[in-house]
Design a protein around this ligand. Sequence first.
Ligand code: S3P
Length: 439
Amino acid sequence: MVSIISIKSKKLSGEIFVPGDKSISHRALILGSCGIGETSIENLLESEDVLATMNALKSLGVNIKRRNSFWYVQGNGLGSLKSPNKVLYLGNSGTGVRLLMGLVSGCDITASFNGDESLNKRPMKRILTPLEQSGTQIISNEDKLPITINGSKIPIPIKYETSLSSAQVKSCVLLNGLTSTGNTIYLEPIKSRDHTERMLNYMGAKIFCKTHKNGSNKIELKGLPNLQGKHFNVPNDPSSAAFPLAAALLIPNSEITIKNVCINELRIGFYDSIKEMGGNVKFINKQNICGDTTADIKVKYSKLKGISVSPKRVPTMIDEFPIFCIVSCFADGKTTMNGIQDLRNKESDRIKEMVNNLKKFGFNISSSLDSITIIGNKNIDLSKEIIIDSKFDHRIAMSFLCLGFLMNKGVKVVNAETINTSFPNFYKTMETLGAKFKK
Ligand code: S3P
């Protein structure tokens, strides 16, 4: 068990790089394994979650190697995976396990999946239902891990409509549909992150998307595409960038730049919300990398006002609510977040953890099943000594460490090793900017 204490820090300044995007890194490895020929990956996130996906793919017979700073995946084409001779352990990674179950279900193999304490509590019915429709045989522990998937060589093409907006479910269904002979159709109520669709398209798949005025989205994937190995240059992760950005917004006189961050419009709801609150955040040096837009993000300490986040924006900032709660505590007036029920199914129940932990500091925060309300208070007593248990949730850990930079006696986070699942250089990166830790 690793405990870290973040302590009161003076203004942050300088330029940093956060690591490569987690969602894109998982997909580059998984899709690379489906292509014909070599896929090379630049700036892959080498965190525990992504390495768990990589190890699982290796156990499924995929050859993946690092040469210098690039990773190379030798793709053998669709349906080429082999039954592993051990249980695939995906650690803490919901993305890894859900996407891989989709991939395996479209191959004529059997594989068993397991995870850590946090992952084994998370709901899997959301993917098991469509996979069963496609003909996959599944043995589960009441719709949770451990799960054994008995894939089908030629899955039945399905049309799947869901009321949940989830890129993990969407990607699982699309990966399953790759080896089907017909068209897979997926309908989601609000468009979720579209990395799978973009990357499949880049590799040569015939995939069509139509987003309606009300935000709902339809995707149609033609089965058995001719996927070619490609080069992926992974942009830096906007979800990781949210932590230094929040710290800079809240620590007086700070001014920092975070370089080369993915600003895909389906990933920047947090940044839109911060701008709406009056935050001084600018995207500069925009570029196009492998079909996605990146920018350097410039942020200055700002006076913020409370806002209302509508359910429509939720999928575009789904991972940023813990750190958004911290920021909202220092905004003038009320901030409300609605339509966030699925936060209860993340690495921890993030609504419960944010509410219970922020109350310890004396913040005015309340919740319902699917919402959080915070009344900001910049004059809170900053002299308390608070200990937070991460509950094996990296984003809970990093959010409270950022709050610690404002507290006179700091904040201690226990089980802080979970940060390695997504942001292995978190401490060093924050220290580069001037933030302080006691280890
Ligand atoms: C992810 C999708 C999101 C997000 C997760 C990564 C992905 O989950 O919370 O961290 O890479 O597809 P849901 O799709 O379940 O909302």
